[in-house]
Design a protein around this ligand. Structure first.
Ligand SMILES: Nc1nc2c(ncn2[C@@H]2O[C@H](COP(=O)(O)OP(=O)(O)OP(=O)(O)O)[C@@H](O)[C@H]2O)c(=O)[nH]1
Ligand SMILES: [Mg+2]
Length: 482
């Protein structure tokens, strides 16, 4: 996500770095490169023009703040303007009103509507405590109903048994009636897609919307971020035809350019509400323009990282690992849990990118997938080990080694290598633990006695935990950072 743009921006900034003051002359070259980078990222040309004009005006008008170097000041202006074109603050749907809220999911063929319907249902159920009904209303492609039913089962949300012989507007009205009877709060309606915007589709969607009018429906348009300006144009057409209340950018995990994310709000005037980041049901993020701007500028996104950790890390597991660690014990099971915690948070690259300054380093490191594959292989080997072996690998002698190799479909050498690596890790952990006991490393965060991960995350002064959020600061980059 935004990889190329980040790299080009960091190159562009070198012209202002080290200067004693920002002037029209010394930002000229930078702005030229920023402009090219944005156009190459497939950002709408009008958006680029306004963006550049605005950055230029702010940069030249900016007073030099004592102690802040102009390079940093320029990055701060870029950050604010990037966040502004994407829409200021996160604007999640407000569903806290009495009665049923219907959410109509619309968009072209294959953009990710059905997948997003499931993701949104899971999000609203688990985070917002809503009772959700999923409604298949795609009468165009009958298999779509089964697809939604499968997703619904996976996330344990009820799926309405639509009669696909009816017109979508009648399906929807019946579903609402059913939802009222069963005291649901939200009804998510998955509609049909078409290859291109056509009159039949728009006519059908308009009728559905009119049928729902008295319930004040939300209309979410799902647009594939990878299609760049096409996504922008289609969203505009949909908005003009049926009135869209929010945009969902799907497949952001595969979009390296970022053109749609940077243009769609500005061109359509419709806020981006969610970002779909993968094929799994939990791969959904709220759209936070300021956090994305930070990711684009390699400033990291520690807030999202902490949130991800809090959502995905099981506190009991973390506690039991900590206890083992304090006793100087490190088992294969602990190692497996650590790997699982990491992978539940996303790919290695996506996690590292959230750490400030890591973007540039990752570019030098290149592809991290060999390391991820290595982790996968280790997991398979561990899954062939018995409980006893995982608690104490020393019992693994020749016959056990053979069995593990056979069970995991790997060679005996691979199992021996794994045990060798694990021994090294065990030694490292043991060393770390005794250093701490001896007072060698008094303030290693997260390792204090009787403290779970969550408490530590909130208490670390340099990390933006819950406390800071309540105060309404913007995380570590709030006032005073630049
Ligand atoms: N990588 C990635 N793939 C996605 C994402 N969202 C959906 N997909 C994939 O895109 C394909 C199409 O997704 P669907 O949800 O069926 O799209 P749709 O808009 O409902 O398609 P139609 O109903 O045929 O119009 C599927 O293979 C999904 O797994 C995403 O955020 N990231
Ligand atoms: Mg579909």
């Amino acid at each position: 996500m935004f990889d190329t743009l980040s790299e080009k921006f960091s190159n562009a900034f070198k012209y202002v770095q080290g200067k004693s003051k920002i002037s029209e002359e010394n930002i000229e070259e930078t702005l030229k490169e920023v402009r090219t980078a944005l156009l190459e990222a497939d950002v709408n040309f009008k958006v680029v023009k306004e963006f550049i004009a605005s950055v230029k005006e702010k940069a030249i008008g900016e007073k030099v703040i004592k102690g802040v170097n102009p390079g940093e000041q320029f990055v701060k202006i870029m950050h604010d303007e990037l966040a502004k074109i994407m829409g200021d603050a996160n604007e999640e749907l407000n569903l806290d009103r009495p009665g049923i809220v219907p959410i109509l999911i619309v968009g072209l063929n294959g953009q990710g509507k059905t997948t997003f319907s499931g993701k949104l249902a899971l999000h609203l159920k688990s985070k917002k405590k809503k009772d959700v009904l999923l409604v298949p209303a795609d009468t165009f492609r009958p298999a779509a109903k089964a697809q939604l039913e499968t997703l619904a089962k996976q996330i344990d949300v009820e799926c309405y048994d639509s009669d696909l012989n009816l017109h979508p507007k009648d399906i929807v009205l019946k579903a609402i009636e059913y939802a009222q009877k069963h005291h649901k709060n939200v009804v998510i309606i998955d509609t049909a897609g078409r290859l291109h915007v056509d009159e039949e589709l728009m006519g059908q969607l308009k009728e559905v919307k009119i049928a729902l009018d008295s319930f004040k429906p939300e209309v979410l348009m799902v647009a594939d971020a990878m299609t760049g300006q096409e996504a922008v144009n289609v969203s505009k057409t949909f908005h003009e035809a049926i009135g869209v209340t929010g945009i969902v950018l799907s497949k952001m995990d595969s979009d390296a350019k970022g053109g749609a994310a940077l243009s769609i709000r500005h061109v359509t005037g419709v806020p981006i509400r969610y970002v779909s980041m993968g094929e799994k049901m939990k791969d959904l993020e709220l759209f936070h323009p300021d956090r994305l701007a930070k990711r684009i500028l390699d400033m990291g996104d520690v807030l999202s990282l902490v949130e991800k950790a809090q959502e995905n890390i099981n506190e009991d597991d973390a506690e039991s690992m900590m206890k083992n660690f304090q006793k100087g014990k490190f088992t294969v099971d602990d190692f497996l849990k650590q790997m699982e915690m990491m992978s539940s948070m996303g790919s290695m690259t996506s996690i590292l990118k959230m750490i400030p300054g890591m973007g540039g380093m990752l570019r030098q490191l290149g592809d991290l997938s060999p390391a991820e594959n290595e982790m996968k292989k280790m997991k398979v080997i561990i899954s062939s080990m018995t409980k006893e072996e995982r608690q104490n690998y020393k019992v693994i002698k020749e016959s056990r080694l053979k069995r593990i190799a056979r069970g995991s479909g790997s060679t005996e050498q691979a199992v021996t290598d794994f045990i060798g690596k694990f021994k090294q890790m065990e030694q490292m952990m043991g060393g770390l633990s005794s250093m701490m006991k001896g007072g060698g490393m008094p303030s290693f965060p997260g390792m204090g006695p009787q403290k779970g991960f969550r408490q530590e995350a909130g208490a670390m002064p340099q990390m933006p935990g819950d406390k800071q959020k309540k105060k309404g600061t913007k995380g570590p980059w709030g006032k005073g950072y630049f």
